[in-house]
Design a protein around this ligand. Structure first.
Ligand code: PLP
Length: 400
């Protein structure tokens, strides 16, 4: 009886869901989740098969590092598994403040504030700094969280073609006289193409025209640069960033995110960033795992070097087999296939061959540019990289 009543209530919703889902199926963008089992590392069980993982953002393989695990377990034993509230109520723990202090020091910034995810950081910080009549300027390939942050801010938004410094300059020049505030919000490493933003040119331009700069380096922090300072370090502008957003759930092998900037910016975010204020704080095991990972970012630079060497080898091996990976220069290595169905069929065959590589379709990438997004890790062996390159080349060519 109870079950029948529930079904009757759900049916109008199911009709709507079916309509929307049929639409997605017709466009070839219906998505479903794979099930992963085992220790978070370079080899995992995916949908019941033991495979090499080339789809993870655990780039440095720190999520299963013994020191990270031990720090997290100790925090659970000594501090518990939850923060118990939002930071402004009862959840502001000493370990949050310690993590923020250490992240600020690592980045050479005056202050830092932790957020629960990178998505929440971007939708918090952009509306905290801009509103009606202000302008946010962003790249055509900016991450969805920057786009959503812009929408929530109610600021005007202007988008320049991907990586186009001249277009950015003409926007800044024409908008500067009309605007109270301008914010340039850009990714450091583009998450679907693996290229680095031309920050060496963009940041000075923003400064010249009086725009603040928010650099989202979710994929660069920890994985790029001699010290792991990411895209800004590669571009030689690590001392020029106004606002730095980074994540703890990718190279840092934990969960969460942060915004680093001035002490005043931190105060402003604590007081106005809704995604910070109205959400339970990060749990102690996550915070302590991130602190341990941050120490390893400093003490084990070989992980970063291995990661980038693996990525360079993968690009070279693919190129030798006639497969393009441009414009990637980082550990995110795209192989653009084009059609949705063909891309997903290649992924399926790679999985059968023992490689988990994710297929990416619209709206994560522009229509018609569906791709394999290959992400090697520091702990992959060179023969594993070579085997992946051979399998990808085979499958791409066979499906042509
Ligand atoms: C460029 C960029 N910014 C922000 C995010 C969101 O970070 P999080 O996964 O911590 O929400 C991502 C996630 O993939 C990203 O690629």
């Amino acid at each position: 009886m109870a079950e029948a009543a529930v079904r009757a209530l759900a049916s109008p919703i199911d009709a709507i869901a079916d309509q929307e889902l049929d639409d997605l199926r017709a466009r070839g963008t219906y998505r479903s989740m794979r099930i992963l089992e085992g220790l978070q590392a370079a080899r995992m069980r995916v949908d019941g098969r033991d495979v090499l993982l080339f789809a993870s953002s655990n780039y440095l393989d720190l999520a299963s590092h013994p020191e990270v695990i031990e720090a997290s377990c100790r925090a659970a034993r000594e501090l518990g598994c939850a923060s118990g509230g939002s930071r402004l109520i009862s959840g502001n723990l000493a370990v949050h403040e310690a993590l923020e202090h250490e992240l600020a020091e690592f980045l050479g910034m005056p202050a830092c504030l932790a957020f629960n995810t990178g998505y929440m950081a971007n939708v918090g910080v952009i509306p905290a700094l801009t509103g009606d009549g202000d302008l946010v300027i962003s790249d055509a390939l900016s991450h969805a969280s920057i786009i959503d942050g812009c929408r929530l801010s109610r600021a005007d938004v202007r988008v320049f073609p991907h990586g186009d410094v001249d277009a950015l300059e003409s926007l800044l020049r024409s908008e500067a006289p009309k605007r109270r505030r301008m914010l340039l919000a850009i990714d450091g490493v583009y998450s679907m193409d693996g290229d680095v933003a031309p920050l060496r040119e963009m940041i000075p331009l923003a400064r010249r025209w009086g725009a603040m700069v928010l650099l989202d380096d979710a994929h660069g922090i920890g994985s790029l640069g001699r010290r792991g300072l990411g895209a800004a370090e590669i571009e030689g502008v690590e001392t020029e960033v106004d606002i730095w957003m980074g994540t703890l759930g990718k190279a840092l092998g934990s969960f969460g995110a942060f915004v680093a900037g001035s002490q005043r910016l931190r105060e402003l975010l604590i007081n106005t960033a809704r995604s910070f204020i109205f959400s339970c704080a990060l749990a102690p095991p996550q915070v302590e795992a991130a602190r341990a990972a941050l120490r390893l970012i400093g003490s084990e630079p070989w992980r970063r070097e291995r990661l980038q060497a693996n990525a360079a080898r993968l690009r070279a091996q693919l190129s030798e087999r006639g497969i393009e990976t441009a414009p990637s220069t980082t550990q995110i290595v795209p192989v653009v296939v084009g059609e949705n169905a063909r891309t997903m069929a290649i992924c399926e065959r790679l999985l059968e061959a023992g490689f988990y590589a994710q297929g990416i379709r619209h709206p994560s990438v522009p229509e018609g540019t569906a791709r394999l997004r290959l992400t090697p890790m520091a702990s992959h062996q060179t023969d594993e990289i070579d085997a992946l390159a051979a399998a990808v080349a085979d499958e791409v060519q066979r499906s042509a």
